[in-house]
Design a protein around this ligand. Structure first.
Ligand SMILES: Cc1ncc(COP(=O)(O)O)c(C=O)c1O
Length: 461
């Protein structure tokens, strides 16, 4: 937890270091600069997804192997970004490579089911304790379809989410994320605000957000919505928030949410696109011991290929089984992706893999905590499974409100620059976390801590 007595951070020093480190990074990434000039001619903004944008130019990568990546300038880095947490297996894992190259000569797409899809479904059912599964090609498709299934199941249209949580890029969930602190509104009546342009107001109004870690506020809002004739079909949430750094559920919170949703006949969806396969074999569901009605997976499922999945109880998935909901997609269960997912689940993300990830994460968290304590920095290290971060905040972050009020953006930016200039490829953006891979070593996590210590020394010298 945050150290009680902290140093006064010299803001001028922070800005000076940001400038120095930014200049260094520019110098070291001239190849990326040149690539950007070429890319932006026909690739909008020079990137394939807006989350890859960065000023003054994105860092273009060339290759990855195990725990490392190389950019187009030849800079070699330990990868703590890992494709927004998709590559928990490490890059170019031989088992996944064998599965993909074994599948290729047999044909890569039929839009008909193959055996691998069955094996993957069996394994997911075992891990999550949910009997029925379907596939998608991304996390956004998984959450979009899960919400549709919940709406069909309950015959209701309103959905409830956690304020500040990201669940993908479809209209219904691009609501009440990443907005200015003063626009959030009253805690008991948080605003429904579109995240970016192009989202119809009619859709925004159907999505209602509540604060994380506050089950009572959730229940009060549900009761009010019920009185207004707008009871939600589902609560879609991450069991541990993964886009404000890492925000863990407070003791008893998930159990209370499970109880509330059950009592009110609301479908509980754990969006495990980030947590699934990364924090335990059975994701947050296993780690925190609370089973929802449905889960959504993607990212780490496909071992680097685009895969998503929806799991549910017999009851929750009944509308798909009886044909009233069309859960469809040409590439759903694509044979190449399923071959990769099978190898990923059966050969790579084994019980030993999770033991290793837990131990490495403990080591990096302990190392970062030591640095924080030694230098009396305003912050704390927090994590679970393969994921973690240093949150620069004098107070504990429990929800979006406390994040916006307390997180020190400049320190987060500075930490990113220090990492990038010292061989640590880290997720851009101050709201992300590291993801370790099974190929990471003690040397890799010790390097992360060393770089953090160097920043702490420079800041407090
Ligand atoms: C929790 C969560 N849900 C859904 C998504 C959307 O996944 P995708 O980018 O594969 O559409 C993300 C992506 O970051 C996510 O973090």
């Amino acid at each position: 937890m945050a150290v009680t007595e902290t140093v006064q951070i010299d803001r001028e020093r922070v800005l000076e270091l940001i400038q120095r480190e930014g200049g260094r990074l520019d110098e070291r990434t001239q190849g990326s600069k040149a690539t950007y000039e070429r890319a932006r001619r026909h690739l909008t903004g020079g990137v394939a997804s807006s989350y890859q944008l960065r000023d003054p130019w994105p860092i273009y990568l060339e290759r990855g192997e195990g725990p490392k990546v190389w950019d187009v300038d030849g800079n070699e880095m330990w990868d703590f970004h890992n494709g927004f947490g998709s590559m928990v297996q490490g890059h170019a894992h031989p088992a996944i490579g064998r599965a993909v190259s074994g599948r290729y000569p047999l044909g890569t797409h039929f839009a008909a089911p193959t055996e691998d899809a069955i094996v993957v479904g069996d394994e997911l059912a075992r891990r999550w304790g949910l009997p029925k599964w379907r596939y998608t090609n991304s996390g956004s498709e998984a959450t979009m379809d899960a919400i549709r299934i919940a709406r069909a199941h309950t015959g209701r249209e309103t959905i409830m989410k956690i304020f500040g949580s990201y669940h993908g890029h479809h209209d219904g969930v691009m609501v009440s994320i990443g907005v200015e602190y003063d626009k959030i509104g009253d805690r008991d009546n948080l605003a429904s605000l579109p995240y970016g342009a192009g989202i119809p107001e009619a859709i925004v109004e159907l999505t209602v957000a509540v604060p994380f870690n506050d089950a009572e506020a959730m229940e009060r809002r549900i009761e009010r919505l019920d009185r207004e004739g707008r009871k939600p079909a589902c609560v879609i949430m991450e069991a541990a928030m993964m886009n404000l750094g890492v925000v863990l559920p407070e003791p008893g919170y998930l159990e209370a949410v499970r109880d509330i949703t059950r009592r009110h006949g609301i479908v509980l969806i754990f969006d495990e696109v980030k947590t699934g396969l990364c924090i335990a074999a059975g994701g947050a569901t296993e780690r925190f011991g609370v089973t929802p009605d449905m889960v959504t997976l993607a990212k780490a499922l496909g071992g680097g290929l685009p895969a998503g999945a929806i799991g549910g109880t017999e009851d929750a998935m009944r509308t798909v089984e009886d044909g009233s909901v069309y859960q469809v997609g040409t590439y759903n269960g694509n044979p190449l992706t399923m071959a990769a997912a099978r190898a990923n689940l059966v050969e790579v993300m084994t019980p030993e893999a999770y033991t290793k990830l837990d131990a490495l994460n403990e080591r990096i968290l302990a190392g970062c905590t030591r640095v924080i304590e030694e230098h009396k920095l305003p912050g704390y290290a927090v994590g679970v499974g393969s994921k973690g971060c240093v949150t620069f905040s004098p107070a504990k972050i429990v929800d979006y409100e406390s994040f916006k009020a307390n997180q020190d953006k400049d320190l987060a930016e500075l930490a990113w620059l220090y990492n990038m200039n010292r061989g640590i490829f880290m997720t851009p953006g101050r709201e992300e976390e590291w993801t370790l891979s099974v190929t990471h070593t003690e040397e890799a996590v010790d390097r992360y801590v060393e770089v953090f210590a160097e920043m702490a020394r420079d800041l407090t010298a």
